[in-house]
Design a binder for this molecule. Structure first.
Ligand code: MG
Length: 246
C-alpha cells in the first residue's frame, strides 16, 4: 500500500541510528581516533550503547588557573529594591515628592524607598556596592537627609567611574494613597537629581491587592532597574552622529 510522506523507520533501524557527540581531541578521545579534529560531531560507536547524552571529550577539562580578564562590555544593567515600614508621624516621600498621607516610612533618612531602589540599581550596574555602604544608617550625617542627595552623590560616583545613565525604570508598591497623580513630579525630581531628562525615568505604581505587608498598608516597596553606558562609547556614538551631519 502506498503511503504519503516519509515512511517511519522500523524499530531495529532506529536502534542502529548512531547518536552524536562533540569534538574529540588528542589522547583522551575514547573513540579510537586520536590527535585530530574530527569535526563538530562524531557518531558514537557500539561501545557507547547505553549512553543517553552526548559526552564531552577533550584535553581542556581543567578549569583555567587564572581568572579570565573582565569583558569590555560597555552597557551594564543594575537592579535595586527597597522596603520601609509605614508608621504614623512620618512624612511620606517618594521620588523626592511629599505625598499627603497619615503615615510615612520609618527610616534613618527620609525613607524614600523609590530613591533608595534607584540608588541601588545604579550602584549595582556599576558594581559600586550598595546604598548602605555609601550612606550608612549609623551615620548622623544622613539622619533625616533627603534621599535626592543620595541620588546626586551616586550620579557623581558613576560619572567618576566613567558611566553615563541611559535610563531608569521603577515600580512602587503602595496600597494607599493613589500615586498616579504624583508620578510626573517624581520623574522630574529624580531626573533633576541624576542630571537626566524626565523621559529617561519611568515610574510606575501598583497596589498590593490586600496581600503581604504592602497590601495590608504596612509598608511601601520599590523596585528599580537601571542601564548605564561607558562614556567612551556614548562619546564615540555622539561624534559619529556629528560627523554624519557634516
Ligand atoms: Mg531604604
Amino acid at each position: 500500500m502506498k503511503t504519503s510522506g516519509r515512511a517511519a523507520k522500523p524499530e531495529a533501524a532506529v536502534a542502529r541510528t548512531p547518536a552524536l557527540r562533540p569534538i574529540a581531541f588528542g589522547r583522551r578521545a575514547s573513540s579510537g581516533v586520536r590527535g585530530s579534529l574530527l569535526g563538530p560531531w562524531k557518531s558514537l560507536g557500539p561501545q557507547d550503547r547505553g549512553s543517553t547524552l552526548p559526552r564531552l571529550v577533550g584535553r581542556n577539562k581543567k578549569a583555567p588557573r587564572t581568572a579570565p580578564s573582565a569583558p569590555q562590555t560597555s552597557i551594564r544593567a543594575g537592579l535595586g529594591n527597597d522596603l520601609h515600614r509605614l508608621v504614623a508621624g512620618r512624612k511620606l516621600v517618594l521620588g523626592g515628592v511629599r505625598i499627603p498621607f497619615e503615615k510615612g516610612p520609618a527610616g534613618h533618612s527620609d525613607g524614600d524607598a523609590l530613591a533608595h531602589a534607584v540608588c541601588d540599581a545604579l550602584l549595582g550596574a556599576a558594581a559600586l556596592g550598595d546604598i548602605g555602604r555609601h550612606f550608612p544608617n549609623t551615620s548622623p550625617r544622613w539622619r533625616g537627609a533627603s534621599s535626592l542627595l543620595f541620588l546626586q552623590r551616586v550620579c557623581k560616583l558613576l560619572k567618576d567611574a566613567g558611566y553615563a545613565i541611559a535610563n531608569v525604570d521603577a515600580t512602587v508598591g503602595l496600597e494607599r494613597p493613589r500615586l498616579s497623580p504624583h508620578i510626573p513630579r517624581m520623574q522630574k525630581k529624580l531626573a533633576l537629581a541624576l542630571g537626566l531628562n524626565p523621559s529617561q525615568i519611568s515610574v510606575k505604581a501598583k497596589t498590593g491587592e490586600g496581600v503581604d505587608a504592602v497590601g495590608r498598608g504596612e509598608a511601601v516597596q520599590a523596585d528599580a532597574v537601571a542601564l548605564i553606558v561607558k562614556k567612551s562609547r556614548v562619546e564615540s556614538q555622539e561624534s559619529k552622529v556629528k560627523n554624519s551631519k557634516h
